[in-house]
Design a protein around this ligand. Structure first.
Ligand SMILES: *Cc1c(COP(=O)(O)O)cnc(C)c1O
Length: 464
């Protein structure tokens, strides 16, 4: 029967001639539409073989339009972060400030003086402006910016320590996530890891005892995403830098997040800053552009000139070079720190510094709007917002959430899924069996969209 049915499959030609595909052939080109028609017919043939009736030419044409729609869909798609996790790695980490966004757009859209000195007309450095900002902000002698912090470390270790030993405390041979492990990066850079101390305690004498003729560096890595509590001891940067100075061994410090503002000002634990590492005499400090710094993806290295120069001259520097859009938006982000308006202009810091009362008022206004539009039950409950992005593990900020109790036996998971399937997906979370939306991480102009999504989802839930 299915063999007979196969003969009823429309030909490529008939599908192409269907009115539904007229404008697609115009805008997408005949060849492209032919390819997609073949794909759609192959899929249809499979279905017919498994017993389904043959589709009409119009059916296949609509399938082709769907395939075109999928191909042309923007990706990544914008979503609304209502999770209360400020630096959400799966949602693209830090949203940019308006100035940083425009800077990236300007760099992307036209030509720029990326590598030309406008004074002399000769070749210039793409890093020059960024370097002067970073020196001013961190107090370092020199700076270099690359693709991300993982590549910055790979470059640093390759340039300074390939074929030699790097001393790391056992408690700092960590995995950051996303497949990034300090011991693996060391191996990949051609270094030998010499681990010292114990998981919970390491002393200066442990580092001192490990020094050999082959020691190229001491590496300190910030345990960004976990915390060891209790009977612990670690060596601070200053003591390690002093030990290194005596032996001609530089300290490399991977601080991860790169907070340029003091986190303790916002009731959070202290996150190490590049400024204090530099002041402690560390050789090189490594950090990310898109975590607490609040800018684009980038890896930033600041420190002593002779060390930074060795990184600049290493062949890997070219392989992990920063692109012009990230460079432009990172520059604009750093200008906020120089101007002193980081807390109001950079979204990550605006979210961290948001007053709980303001978050509460916003959650209440959402709840009022939803409850008056719908029979649905929402309430406003106290909650905690997290920093995320492997920064400040376990540290939270007092916040407020809109709590959506699922209707008619719908599971909280199904409400989360319905929110994700909205035209602009809304990402929420589950707490105590209710769906929670935290206004703290929702951008100021997104309230309308959140409300539209909520009302639509609650309509669906009460219909079913
Ligand atoms: C996040 C992190 C990295 C990786 O930084 P990317 O910019 O994501 O490459 C490296 N080290 C530490 C300590 C981190 O927290």
């Amino acid at each position: 029967m299915s063999m007979l049915e196969l003969r009823n499959l429309p030909s490529v030609e008939r599908v192409l001639n269907s009115t539904a595909l007229e404008s697609a052939v115009h805008s997408f080109g005949r060849n492209g539409v032919v390819d997609l028609t073949r794909e759609a017919l192959t899929a249809a043939r499979g279905k017919v073989m498994s017993g389904e009736p043959a589709p009409t030419a119009e059916d296949v044409a609509h399938q082709v339009l769907k395939l075109i729609g999928e191909l042309a869909a923007p990706s990544p798609r914008p979503v609304i972060n209502a999770t209360g996790v400020i630096i959400h790695t799966n949602l693209g980490r830090a949203p940019l400030s308006e100035a940083a966004m425009w800077a990236a757009q300007a760099a992307a859209f036209g030509y720029s003086d990326l590598e030309i000195d406008l004074g002399t007309g000769r070749r210039g450095s793409r890093q020059a402006h960024l370097q002067s900002l970073l020196r001013r902000i961190t107090g370092a002698e020199a700076a270099l910016v690359v693709n991300n912090n993982a590549s910055a470390l790979l470059l640093g270790l390759s340039a300074l320590a390939a074929g030699r030993e790097v001393v790391v405390a056992r408690g700092e041979a960590v995995e950051i996530g996303g497949g990034f492990r300090i011991p693996d990066v060391l191996r990949q850079s051609g270094c030998t890891l010499v681990d010292v101390g114990t998981t919970n305690r390491t002393y200066v004498r442990d580092y001192a005892d490990a020094i050999s003729d082959d020691t190229a560096a001491f590496l300190k890595a910030h345990a960004s995403n976990f915390r060891i509590e209790g009977f612990t001891a670690e060596v601070n940067e200053r003591d390690l830098a002093d030990l290194g100075d005596g032996a001609g061994i530089p300290v490399l410090h991977d601080i991860g997040s790169g907070a340029l503002l003091p986190t303790e000002r916002y009731g959070l634990a202290h996150e190490p800053t590049p400024q204090e590492s530099i002041a402690a005499g560390v050789g090189l400090v490594f950090f990310s552009g898109d975590k607490l710094l609040g800018g684009p993806q980038a890896g930033i290295v600041v420190g002593k000139s002779d060390l930074v120069q060795r990184l600049e001259r290493h062949p890997l520097a070219r392989a992990v070079r920063i692109d012009k859009m990230s460079l432009a938006s990172l520059t604009a982000t750093l200008v906020h720190y120089v101007y002193g308006d980081a807390e109001t202009e950079i979204p990550v810091w605006r979210m961290i510094s948001a007053d709980p009362d303001t978050v509460h008022a916003r959650a209440l206004s959402w709840s009022d709007a939803v409850n008056s539009a719908k029979s649905g039950k929402t309430s406003v409950l106290p909650s905690r917002a997290a920093i995320g992005g492997g920064s400040l593990p376990g540290e939270t900020l007092p916040s407020w959430t809109l709590s959506v109790a699922p209707q008619n036996g719908a599971s909280p998971e199904s409400v989360l899924a319905a929110l994700r399937s909205q035209p602009t997906p809304v990402i929420a979370r589950i707490e105590d069996d209710t769906v929670r939306l935290d206004p703290r991480t929702v951008l100021p102009d997104q309230d309308e969209t959140v409300l539209r999504a909520l009302i639509s989802v609650m309509d669906q839930a009460s219909l079913s």
